[in-house]
Ligand binder design. Structure first.
Ligand code: SAH
Length: 215
């Protein structure tokens, strides 16, 4: 796999550009974060292909294009404090952490939260805090956040998360029923109220209530 790795990563960046990702900060972050660190050993040869892959606890690491697209929608600035719901592998949080000041990420499976923390330590990403808990509650003690991203599909927009969004804040989430169709929705909190945009069709694992009873 070693000799192809460079080519794989070039192809990976080309695919993102071809699919319409243009924000230089997002492209730089996608180039910097080693996705192979976040996928299971047996799938590492596929780490730079543009699709979702299975991880532990029956969950998935999102497709790179969707990670880049949702990151672009956040319109991140370097001073931003970001909340993510659904740490999973930690990959999306890692990408955001290369652009924003800090990321708080909540995961309902302890196993996934611990693994993600370990990977961040190994790579030396120190501005990500992983919390094991229920993302529906958000992190009220740390609110308000400049940006919130949900990486599991919600059937309705979680009120707590809208409440924890600061003024001029942006919330990006996949919205729709468990078995699709789901759309990426972007909400902006403005002085005149909440503005909503419904964007591309996607397929995410569901946002489930409560911390997982399993590990
Ligand atoms: N952002 C992840 C994608 C993970 S898939 C990545 O880059 O790899 C979605 C994750 O959301 C799963 O790990 C799932 O366990 C988690 N999840 C689902 N409902 C949740 C909830 N209520 N609170 C916290 N995490 C949740």
């Amino acid at each position: 796999m070693a000799p192809n790795k460079h080519l794989d990563r070039m192809e990976f960046m080309l695919t993102l550009r071809r699919r319409g990702i243009t924000d230089p900060a997002v492209l730089r972050a996608m180039e910097e974060v080693p996705r192979e660190m976040f996928v299971p050993d047996n799938l590492k040869p596929q780490a730079y292909e543009d699709h979702a892959l299975p991880i532990d606890c029956g969950q998935t690491i999102s497709q790179p294009y969707v990670v880049a697209y949702m990151t672009e929608l956040l319109e991140l600035q370097t001073r931003h404090r970001v909340l993510e719901i659904g740490t999973g592998s930690g990959y999306q949080a890692a990408v955001i952490s290369r652009i924003a000041a800090m990321v708080v990420s909540i995961e309902r499976y302890r196993t996934l939260a611990e693994r993600a923390r370990k990977i961040f330590d190994m790579i030396g990403y120190t501005n990500i805090e992983v919390i094991t808990g229920d993302g529906f509650e958000g992190a009220p003690q740390r609110a308000p956040f400049d940006r919130i991203i949900v990486t599991a599909a919600a059937e309705t927009i979680p009120d707590n998360l809208v409440d924890q969004l600061g003024e001029d804040g942006i919330l990006v989430l996949p919205l729709g029923p468990r078995n699709g169709p789901q759309d990426i929705v972007r909400l902006r909190k403005t002085a005149e109220g909440i503005k909503r945009e419904d964007l591309i069709a996607v397929r995410f694992v569901p946002l489930l209530p409560g911390q997982a009873k399993e590990l």
